[in-house]
Design a protein around this ligand. Structure first.
Ligand code: NAD
Length: 367
């Protein structure tokens, strides 16, 4: 990039990228809340070709098909897999059902986008990655926060070297989350990291471009909470060299929204980024992410505050599917490949093992 462009400091590439050919047929498995709120709105915005949808509860598939004017409602997974126009299957069902479905989709030779978490255990996640590797299809994971505007902009800044050697990555969140709106989530004993901070683990790894060596984590509940899993977590990450990471996340903030925060900060020898994750402000509507950064490599050294367009929900869902479609078009592995996601899953299970055994856990304990 030329110095004249650098001095503007505002030319940040962060918007999701889409393939040249948007007509590739997509079939969706699962017609639940996240498909309605994010997958279908994002694909519509991106102009992608969703051929049809299948759910074990046919009325849910029919209802979304009507709402989003889809061509087909499939009666079975086989019927969806046999449709000649469908080349990519978007799987959006609870994690415990995912490995079985992935094995069938991969065996049918269709490319696939999995939901996060990839599996409820490391073994299940490996089952998914093995199925994808054996079949030779392209498999990606819908770990879309890395395409949220603030995190993707941070990724661009870090990748351009404007932070120098990165020393610290922090995500700190203090909000109120009403887990009761998802009754099943209140009944599982691994909650916050598995279903929420998993996004922060993946985002930090994406900006840093490397996985941590070990993780030291603690999780706690809030007295009287109805969910059986942890709702407050602190995760310390040791990356190679002098780089460290921190996630501090509390979902029990009973004060007014003015007191809530959801911030990220990346620091290095040459620069600093600080920003907010707009999706967690102004609940339930959200607002746009904010970002500010300075770099000793951009003269004069000052804070730049580029305005970011879009939100984590639903825009970042164009990023995950867009990257899979681009990878198919360019015949390469997607950045968010199933194989790559195994490191995020290692971070999740290392966090839980660390909580259980009260010790730092190396990622390579999960083979
Ligand atoms: N930000 C995110 O990335 C994000 C947010 C929310 C949920 N999720 C994930 O998305 C998945 C779905 O979440 P949700 O909130 O939409 O759940 P949901 O309960 O609203 O919907 C799940 C749907 O999957 C269907 N289903 C279950 N097994 C199936 C199968 N074998 N074949 C076809 N359909 C099947 C169910 O009938 C249901 O309609 C979960 O894995 C969840 O963790 C991700």
């Amino acid at each position: 990039m030329k110095v004249s462009e650098l001095t503007q400091g505002l030319n940040i590439e962060y918007l999701p990228k889409l393939p040249k050919n948007k007509s590739i047929g997509i079939g969706i498995v699962g017609a639940g809340a996240i498909v309605e709120a994010c997958h279908l709105p994002a694909y519509k915005k991106a102009g992608l070709n969703v051929v049809g949808i299948y759910d074990t509860q046919p009325d849910k598939a029919a209802s979304l098909s009507k709402q989003f004017e889809l061509e087909r409602v499939f009666k079975s997974l086989d019927e969806l897999l046999n449709h000649p126009e469908i080349k990519v299957v978007d799987i959006a069902i609870p994690a415990k059902y995912q490995p079985d479905v992935v094995e069938r989709v991969a065996a049918a030779g269709k490319h696939l986008l999995c939901q996060k978490p990839l599996g409820e255990s490391f073994e299940e996640a490996k089952r998914v990655s093995n199925a994808v590797a054996l079949s030779g299809v392209k498999g990606a994971v819908n770990q879309q926060m890395r395409w949220s505007p603030g995190i993707r902009a941070s990724h661009f800044i870090a990748k351009n070297g404007w932070l120098g050697e990165i020393t610290q990555a922090s995500i700190q969140v203090n909000v109120l989350t009403e887990w009761e709106q998802w009754p099943w989530i209140t009944k599982i004993n691994r909650l916050e990291v598995m279903y929420h901070s998993i996004h922060y683990l993946d985002s930090i790894r994406s900006v840093l471009g490397v996985a941590p060596e070990y993780i030291y984590a603690d999780g706690a509940k809030f007295p009287g909470q109805t969910s059986i899993g942890e709702s407050r977590t602190m995760i310390h990450m040791k990356f190679p060299g002098e780089t460290r990471g921190l996630i501090h996340d509390n979902h029990n903030n009973f004060a007014e929204q003015d007191d809530w925060y959801a911030t990220f900060r990346f620091e290095g020898t040459e620069g600093i980024i600080k920003g907010t994750n707009g999706a967690l402000y102004n609940y339930p509507y959200g607002r746009e992410d904010t970002i500010q950064y300075l770099s000793k490599k951009i003269d004069p050294v000052r804070w730049f505050s580029p305005r970011l367009e879009g939100k984590w929900f639903p825009d970042a869902f164009m990023g995950t599917m867009g990257e899979l479609l681009l990878a198919i078009e360019e015949d390469r592995e997607p950045e968010n490949s199933v194989q790559d996601n195994l490191d995020t899953i290692r971070m999740v299970f290392a966090s839980y093992l660390s909580m259980e055994e009260n010790r730092p856990v190396r990622l390579d304990e999960f083979k």
